[in-house]
Design a protein around this ligand. Structure first.
Ligand SMILES: NC(=O)c1ccc[n+]([C@@H]2O[C@H](COP(=O)([O-])OP(=O)(O)OC[C@H]3O[C@@H](n4cnc5c(N)ncnc54)[C@H](OP(=O)(O)O)[C@@H]3O)[C@@H](O)[C@H]2O)c1
Length: 234
């Protein structure tokens, strides 16, 4: 098994852990990065997911280098936390533009090849916040909730072609993204988990890898929590 895998935002955090997990099982892995250097040992394509033309070019580069994308992990995302009353319009838009429209741009570019191949796997990295909401995250939670509706609809469009489309909804995972979470917020979220701790990027990667496997062929339109038990029942 050596599939052509594309992971957006694969140069650090959860995306990098996902990329390493696929590479370790022998897949051909491409990651997008926006600046600097691609991670060592992985094929990197420079791409800002909010730029549809750049996404088209990146997907074409992957097609040439390792074949049409068979597994997409749409992971690139940002936060711009602020209470709504104080939030700049630009910060609300930037989060929607990256987390939702960016994911749409990439999904649109890979769907035709998957349909032609009559096989494919798409996994979108959403968030527990998309279900629960969180103070300061009206923009982020809206973008992540929208991703679930998007993925579930796409799953229904392409399911007959043996393409599955799923979402993972991580809780608090130790990456750069949560470095600025206040101690009070961190304690609150950990208090909501059953396991009493935060998660690791590798723990999210394991779930993504499973959803992209042949064994997961009958799972589609799912929203799989990787939260240590937080947000249960939401
Ligand atoms: N950490 C958590 O607790 C948590 C929980 C739930 C969901 N998530 C989701 O998990 C995903 C990964 O987050 P993370 O924690 O690994 O965060 P991270 O360490 O901040 O990494 C974010 C990644 O997204 C990329 N990215 C951001 N905007 C982009 C754009 N416009 N075009 C292309 N790439 C872009 C970044 O690229 P650059 O390096 O170029 O900036 C980076 O590779 C995100 O969608 C996030 O919302 C995280």
């Amino acid at each position: 098994m050596s599939r052509s895998v594309l992971i957006t935002g694969g140069n650090r955090g959860i995306g990098l852990a996902v990329a390493r997990a696929f590479a370790a099982q022998g897949d051909k892995v491409a990651v997008t990065y926006r600046s600097g250097e691609p991670p060592e040992g992985l094929f990197g394509v420079r791409c800002d997911v909010t730029d549809a033309a750049a996404v088209r070019a990146a997907v074409e580069e992957v097609r040439v280098q390792q074949g049409p994308v068979e597994v997409l992990v749409s992971n690139a995302g940002i936060t711009r936390d602020q209470l709504l009353v104080a939030m700049a319009d630009e910060d609300f838009r930037a989060v929607i533009e990256t987390n939702l429209i960016g994911a749409v741009n990439v999904a649109k570019e890979v769907t035709t090849d998957m349909v032609k191949a009559r096989w494919g796997r798409m996994v979108f990295v959403s968030s527990m916040s998309g279900f629960t909401g969180a103070p300061g995250q009206t923009n982020y939670a809206a973008s992540k909730a929208a991703l679930i509706g998007f993925a579930r609809s796409l799953a229904r469009e392409v399911g007959r072609r043996r393409i599955t489309v799923n979402v993972v909804t991580p809780g608090l995972i130790e990456t750069d993204m949560v470095r600025e979470v206040t101690d009070a917020r961190r304690s609150y979220v950990i208090g909501q988990t059953a396991l009493g701790r935060t998660g690791t990027p590798e723990e999210v990667a394991a779930v993504v890898r499973f959803l992209a496997s042949e064994e997961a062929a009958y799972i589609t339109a799912g929203a799989i929590p990787v939260t240590g038990g937080a947000g249960v029942g939401q």
